[in-house]
Design a protein around this ligand. Sequence first.
Ligand SMILES: *Cc1c(COP(=O)(O)O)cnc(C)c1O
Length: 452
Amino acid sequence: MQEALEKWNCDLVEEILPEIYAIMLQISEQFLTELYAADTPQEQIQALRIIKNNQVHMANLAMYAGRYVNGVAAIHTELLKTTVLKEWYALNPEKFQNKTNGITQRRWLGVCNPELTALFTELSGSQHFLTELDDLRALSHYADDAGIMERFHAIKQEKKRQLAEYILQKEGIRIDPKTCFDIQIKRLHEYKRQLLNAFSILWIYYGIKDGTIKDFTPTTFLFGAKSAPGYRRAKAIIKYINEIAKLIDNDPDIRSLMQVHFVTNYNVSYAEKLVAACDISEQISTAGTEASGTGNMKMMLNGAVTLGTLDGANIEIVDAAGKENNYIFGATVEDLEKLKDYCSRAVMAKNPMTARVVRSLIDGTVSDGGTGEFRELYFALLDGASWHQPDHYYLLLDLPDYVETKLRALSDYRDTAAFSQKQWRNACAAGPFSSDRTIRQYAEECWHISPV
Ligand SMILES: *Cc1c(COP(=O)(O)O)cnc(C)c1O
């Protein structure tokens, strides 16, 4: 994300941090001396400069001063080399490493899911997996043991019941643990595409109503997110999702089949409960935008299938757990690179259901209370804005494939035995996504230290 590459106005830095600014200047000058001494071409110097146009470029400062730089998933490291840091890769290829993110199984299994922890302990004969998550690999074959799969399914149901109880007590909303729990929890951002998820839900709603979608698996769609305080569009998206929740709730034909709930005050404590109760983990960022993701790892470890794009750590998750145990859809980074002259209006004009769903932002299906914020979302998708192309995260491009893949996942969910096997195989393949592995790699490959 552009906003993550911090640039600070020199006058501001000098006013607030005069001593630090003096050091920054010296580092910048030393670097320039090295570049000129090596006869570096002008345009390359321009890209690498720490101070230019009266701004301090923090990423360039970090690249010069740092010994190593890492992407947080394999695809992200490759993208750094070929896009945002390509001039640096040409200058210092030896600085580039990959350290795929991880999560701690002590919190994201041991603390949040003692029931599943107990089953893993019983089957493996110890709690060694709490410090060596790769141990779970050896339990994968229990997918073929019907008795164990029944117990695993019962644990998932218990975690769903506990979450339902928590939501009822905290928010006064009743959700049904017998339905499939489809969960998207993460910061609210356009690139994470909560709006794409909302569109898919509305698509399914219309499909059930007009009879084109039959035998729909009863599903609870759960969202959790906070918006940054000044991020107007993110707030509009939260409002839109809540309006869709209301629309469905007020429809007696549909409300036994679908429910949407956006939890209030989403935080880590809430995440612990949601992660353990998840059947389908929504990881649907535009390919190339999510550096790694860690929510994807948390839900995998607790026995969820991933419904996602080939982005961030999803790629490594699917490699480890098997494509056949997950649901991958949408354009890849390579597809998007090849895509020239993307026109969201043309995409919409050629797909009537896409048009119907997107038009809900302006046709009175849902109301923003007259603020115009839904209209702003609509025109961001179809006409763009002063700072971006129309539909710069390709929602309309990926929507039909996403809906099809989601419907396939939800249909597969009905075969409890087969779906539990997929979920189990995901949990048992989560070993590589322990932060113990990440930290071990840092220790060995960056810090060059070993345990005493
Ligand atoms: C893990 C976690 C995240 C990160 O989730 P992603 O899906 O990787 O973006 C954000 N917020 C909370 C509360 C979390 O626990």
